[in-house]
Design a protein around this ligand. Structure first.
Ligand code: ADP
Ligand code: MG
Length: 326
């Protein structure tokens, strides 16, 4: 199978066909229509085998997750995803791997009506680079800056499940057999919180998605906003599986391991009623975990008011002592 056969078989046909794509795969570039009252929101994420996922990860999980982490970035901006490109580097043209990767990729693409409109395919170490493009009403994008003292801090969903899934896959943790598949799914098939992000337009003062862990990512909001925050550990939303393992794993998986792909955001006190009204129609719960203050920095406190310092600060590819990937 040569490069052009790969493109024809796996990429030229894909399940989503949007009306706003004037030129899709097959030309030198794609052409899409951007409505006059919208702004274009662009993000990209690179996934390298052996760094972001073990090379033997199921191919459909790789395809799903490569798109999910990009969709999650648009969710954090309150944007509507529309199109994506795929830069793919492959050690060899394995049809089973390609079919599996595409099935995960396209399942999520169809769920969010986001169309593959181009890319590049080369031979090399297994790497997937997706660029995602989306739309947001003019001026309505959420950003990391804008959190003010007194704003409440929230997260969507539950924290730490993907981290527990990874520990269990590494043989470092043994969840109950009925809990393991749920943790696995949180690791392999994260759910981008696009509905939460959209509902936060006009409400959240700042927003970020949790890829590197709550401590690191809320830290980015605080840095961009020039503020501090106090977070109460007891309030962190945890799954039944997490609670069952809490005595073994403590707080770190929820606080600093990453790969959650939940949203963390701040809301001014005057908008809390509007938030609960709007969240009533969103499938994913959100939980208040703390409050923005003048600082300094981000402080975690346990139920007795004692300060808690996470054992690790979050994942940093170029950190002085590289931690193992989250
Ligand atoms: P060029 O040499 O002009 O860059 P290519 O031969 O690389 O064109 O690609 C041909 C067409 O196939 C282009 O429209 C390109 O966007 C698309 N394409 C190539 N690789 C991928 C891929 N991995 N996913 C989606 N589309 C792809
Ligand atoms: Mg090319």
């Amino acid at each position: 199978m040569n490069e052009f056969e790969i493109i024809r078989r796996y990429f030229a046909r894909q399940p989503v066909a949007r009306g706003d794509v004037r030129v899709g795969i097959g030309d030198d570039a794609a052409v899409v229509e951007v409505p006059a009252d919208r702004e274009l929101v662009v993000s990209t994420d690179l996934l390298v085998a052996g760094v972001h996922f073990p090379a033997d990860t199921a191919p459909d999980a790789i395809g799903w997750k490569a798109l999910a982490v990009n969709l999650s970035d648009l969710a954090a901006m309150g944007a509507e995803p529309a199109w994506f490109t795929l830069n793919l580097s492959l050690p060899d043209a394995d049809p089973d791997w390609l079919a599996g990767m595409c099935s995960g990729l396209y399942a999520l693409a169809a769920e969010h009506d986001v169309q593959l409109i181009g890319g590049d395919t080369t031979r090399g170490p297994l790497t997937l680079g997706i660029q995602i493009l989306g739309l947001v009403p003019r001026g309505a994008a959420l950003t990391r800056a804008g959190a003010r003292p007194g704003d409440r801090v929230f997260v969507s969903g539950t924290l730490g499940d993907a981290a527990l899934g990874l520990l269990s896959r590494q043989g470092r943790l043994a969840p109950a057999p009925d809990m393991a598949p749920g943790l696995d799914a949180r690791l392999d098939r994260p759910t981008p919180r696009l509905d939460v992000g959209r509902a936060l337009r006009g409400l959240a003062s700042a927003c970020i998605d949790l890829s590197d862990g709550l401590a690191a990512d809320l830290g980015h909001i605080l840095e961009a906003s020039g503020a501090g925050a106090r977070v109460e550990l007891e309030r962190l939303p945890r799954s039944a599986a997490y609670r069952a393992l809490q005595a073994q794993v403590g707080w770190d998986p929820a606080v600093s391991h990453g790969d959650d792909y939940e949203l963390c955001f701040s809301v001014p006190p005057g908008r809390l009623d509007a938030l609960s009204r709007r969240m009533a129609s969103v499938g994913c719960p959100v939980t208040e975990i703390g409050v923005i203050d003048a600082g300094p920095g981000l402080r975690f406190v346990d139920e007795s008011g004692r300060a808690y310092r996470p054992a690790r600060a979050g994942f940093d590819h170029f950190g002085a002592v590289p931690p193992s990937p989250p």
